[in-house]
Design a protein around this ligand. Structure first.
Ligand SMILES: NC(=O)c1ccc[n+]([C@@H]2O[C@H](COP(=O)([O-])OP(=O)(O)OC[C@H]3O[C@@H](n4cnc5c(N)ncnc54)[C@H](O)[C@@H]3O)[C@@H](O)[C@H]2O)c1
Length: 351
């Protein structure tokens, strides 16, 4: 999409002109609501649908701040990478002194937005010094993922719908060309059609079963297949699972069956690949309010139960999951493989 101009409207309730402080500008382009605010001392913010995607601190004045943010808005709308304004801005990536994963390069699949478990992993891997490639599901998802990829300083940001023939291969080909190696993969995706997920397992239709297993389980096996030749010096493969694989959890239904298959696949892949130094793990977080979780009825009750029953009396965050996952990618964890690691405040040990 090429755009020449955004038609900005000012907030006429605010004073405009010399002596006024902050000025606000609004525009609607398609389904996106854009906002810019700029202050006379050269600071400004650009938000898209209520979320900040750019911040400028040291422009000469309000006018220059607006011009820079307007250019960033155009790049965003044209689907181009958001270029750094060269100024420091608050980062969402925590500052960690020990860059324990420096030199490692990995692929993270499954970032939909800032609540995604994959985003928690990406932040942790990056904070520990790893380089990460990320994917987004489709054009609709791109605008949410791209600002996060920018935070991660990812040089590889590609579309990946695992149902689209060739897209997964294209991602691994690009990694092979650009990096020539791969140290880790985080597979953090799952899908089940509503009628399959929200019904009894005993009633599940064949097509719903197949798509659930395909997206939620087989794609991990396929990613392991594509990663193997790039992990000549070893590596770590991760997937996300849930306790509903082991026990019958109300409303988890067919996804529990898929996660059981996934955990089993982890063990077989670990047995097959660990002689080459490629470790394979499932990470099993406690419930987290993400977009995928919103498809599970009565999810709030699951959160309340998790908090009350877990010995730690706490829900987990995506950051808790991220750092635990990053630890397993470190060389210090080289003899740990085939695990299902619970990051759930101890919930799974309690009757
Ligand atoms: N949220 C929880 O409580 C919880 C708990 C344990 C495990 N998990 C697992 O964590 C993983 C990540 O889920 P989340 O909770 O972060 O939710 P999320 O909605 O943020 O992430 C799910 C991701 O799956 C991706 N996806 C779905 N279909 C796809 C396809 N065809 N091609 C490519 N990507 C596709 C989505 O784009 C999204 O990025 C899932 O495997 C989920 O089962 C979640």
């Amino acid at each position: 999409m090429t755009l020449v101009k955004v038609d900005w409207k000012t907030n006429d309730k605010l004073a405009v002109g010399k002596g006024s402080t902050v000025q606000e500008f609004f525009a609607t382009v398609g389904s996106d609501k854009l906002e810019i605010d700029v202050a006379p001392w050269g600071e400004g913010h650009l938000k898209v649908n209520g979320r900040e995607i750019a911040h400028i601190e040291n422009a000469k004045d309000r006018r220059q701040a607006f011009r820079e943010l307007d250019k960033t808005a155009l790049r965003f709308l044209a689907g181009q990478p958001l270029k750094s304004d060269g100024k420091r801005r608050p980062s969402k990536i925590p500052a960690v002194k020990a860059k324990l994963l420096e030199g490692k390069k990995g692929l993270i699949v499954g970032i939909a937005n800032e609540n995604s478990i994959a985003w928690g992993c990406a932040k942790a891997f990056r904070a520990f010094g790893a380089e990460v490639a990320v994917t987004y599901l489709n054009d609709k998802a791109k605008k949410y993922v791209e600002p996060l990829a920018y935070e991660l300083e990812s040089s590889i940001v590609m579309p990946l719908d695992v149902n689209a023939p060739g897209q997964m291969e294209a991602v691994f080909e690009r990694i092979s060309k650009e990096w020539g190696k791969l140290d880790f993969v985080v597979h953090s995706i799952a899908f089940s059609p509503k009628d399959a997920l929200q019904g009894r397992v005993v009633d599940v239709p064949r097509d719903g079963f197949l798509i659930t297993m395909d997206v939620s389980c087989w794609t991990f096996i396929r990613m392991a297949h594509l990663a193997e030749p790039l992990m000549r010096k070893g590596g770590t493969l991760f997937t996300m699972t849930y306790y509903g694989s082991q026990m019958v959890v109300k409303n988890y239904n067919i996804m529990g069956v898929a996660k059981a298959a996934l955990e089993s696949a982890v063990r077989y892949l670990a047995a097959e690949l660990s002689p080459k130094g490629i470790r394979v793990h499932a990470i099993s977080p406690g419930p987290l309010a993400t977009r995928a979780a919103s498809g599970i009825p009565e999810f709030d009750a699951l959160l309340d139960k998790a908090k009350a029953k877990a010995p730690a009396r706490s829900l987990v965050s995506i950051d808790d999951v991220g750092v635990a996952t990053a630890f397993l990618a470190h060389d210090a964890a080289r003899l740990i493989t085939g695990e299902t690691l619970y990051v759930d405040g101890g919930y799974h040990i309690i009757d």
